[in-house]
Design a binder for this molecule. Sequence first.
Ligand code: WT7
Length: 645
Amino acid sequence: MAENLPFEERYYQPPYKQLYKESLEEPEKFWRKMAEEIEWFSPFQKVLDESNAPFYRWFIGGKVNITYNALDRHLKTKGNKVAIYWENEKGESRSLTYSQLYNEVNRFAKILQDLGVQKGDRVLIYLPLMPELPIAMLACARIGAIHSVVFSGFSTQAVVDRINDAKAKLVITTSNTMRRGKRVELKRIIDEAVSQTPTVEKVLVIKRDEEIELNEERDVLYQDLIKRMGYKKVEPEMTDATDPLFILYTSGTTGKPKGIYHLHGGYGLWTYLTTKWVFDLRDEDVFFNTADIGWITGHSYIVYGPLQNGATVLMYEGVPDYPNPDKWWELVEKYNVTVFYTSPTAVRTLMRYGEEWVKKHDLSSLRLLGSVGEPINPEAWRWYFKNVGRSQLPIVDTWWQTETGGIMISATPGLGNYMLKPSANGLPLPGVDADVFNDEGKPTKPREKGYIVIKRPWPGMLAGVWGDPERYIKTYFSKFQGVYYPGDYAVKDEDGFFYILGRADEVLKIAGHRIGTREIEDVLISHPAVAESAVIGIPDPVRGEVAVAAVVLKQGYQPSDELRKTLIEYVRNNLGPIVVFGGLYFVSKLPKTRSGKIMRRVVRSVISGQTLGDTTTLEDETSVEELKKIAEEFSKEIQSQKNQQ
Ligand code: WT7
């Protein structure tokens, strides 16, 4: 007899599955629905314009200003809610509610207007992680000016290049920041930089503690202007969805950083949605993203994503292990942080100090952890999961890039999808049509290594490379016809999970920071002692990767430990302390093809002590025999130096 068992024909899956399907099957309908979640001054007529591909443009005809969604719209319901908690290494703190932040941004916007900044003008911001950094960014965005934030760890040359490339009119900086108890003189770096930047008219200086020297014609003190100004309201500029919001420079395979730029509409919606989908932020959450706002992670997930979601963020101006390696855990406990987002490098750094530093604190407020910037190795994953996550919290591993504007591959707790596999990044977010291609541009089989590609545009995608449309096409849309090429190796498994395996190009990831080998080589050969150089990356237990250089000296220069030190310092002074060297070797010549191309693969194998590997597929005209000879000579020189050290 048929018993009435409780079986159902239908079953329900997390909204993720449904949404993902909809996003690819009915994109027009899907994006119209998603776009309703943010406020538009006037609606768009067209979701996606592909007529000038690959310069895709989203939400054509729509008027929207990202700061309206980040500030104005929360005033009624969240005016008294904390938007930003801030603390520095001395333990000084500040907090800003949404209405306070709104007021600060309005006043700052008025100052920018008074200084003659107009819609479309570029403003370079060189500030540490202080509240005025997001305030300045939002103030620019409010009046339709385009900000270009330069990480405050970068040095003069990086600032000069970025100002000149974007032709910035105004620079915003502050007197100093503290790094491990030492003052870093930021204003001095700007003084040096602006003597080489003809477009800069004014420097707006935010004074911190001490008196600072001002250049009367050029510098204006923020505090002076604020004092003279009463309450000011600046209506947000009626920017088009396709108006530029910011430029952020990142490294590529040439010596010149690329100015990646993003737009008010698409980037705005993408950061809003991805914050919700991945971090699942609720009203009572406190979100601590340990990144610096000088990188895209901070732009998207300290400033624009969380604020558009009306969330509370915590900003910490300092490093994780100063004054003690429990600074972050102290902050988690003190501010009741619920969602914590950091990088594998930071985890590995803290891991070295031992778990007792974590154990000193009550981390029970945490409910979700995240990772970003580089692949996370199993050892670091387990440590993070066990010690920070109490062996029970999900870790969302988020893969994305400066260029993608927001997270592309991850778990999506906000859509009910917690599915995690350690060492997998996860599944593509709704709207992300990702795949893995082989060299022929064909999809690979599961578990077969290839290149990750994104097969259709998404709202958060970069709008272009500032001032260099050719480079945009060449870098991102030339390897495979009609698809976006991120430059990472990847595999997919049978369940569709993606595993990102690292860069496929000549770009290093040192502590999660992107730096081109060519950029380092260019600086090295600009030194009077250096004739030629080849830079490669080697694995490093903490930083993921570090740089190693092989250097050929000019006639008249002799190798010495002192010169080695000088050259390393020279690079770090020029590019910033993010460049960490694992070694620098002096050689009499570099392994090259007959046509003069440096064989980095040979350099890499020799330096990391591996065999040359398969030489039969070499794409150059140097014979295998000849190559072996060159490699041997090169190897001898490196070995003798390694033995000396
Ligand atoms: C490159 C982008 C996205 C914000 C931080 C870095 C690598 C990023 C992951 C991850 C493996 C990752 C890729 C990517 N990367 N996140 N979760 N797993 N690799 O931004 O400086 O633009 O660098 O970082 O190689 O291409 P970025």
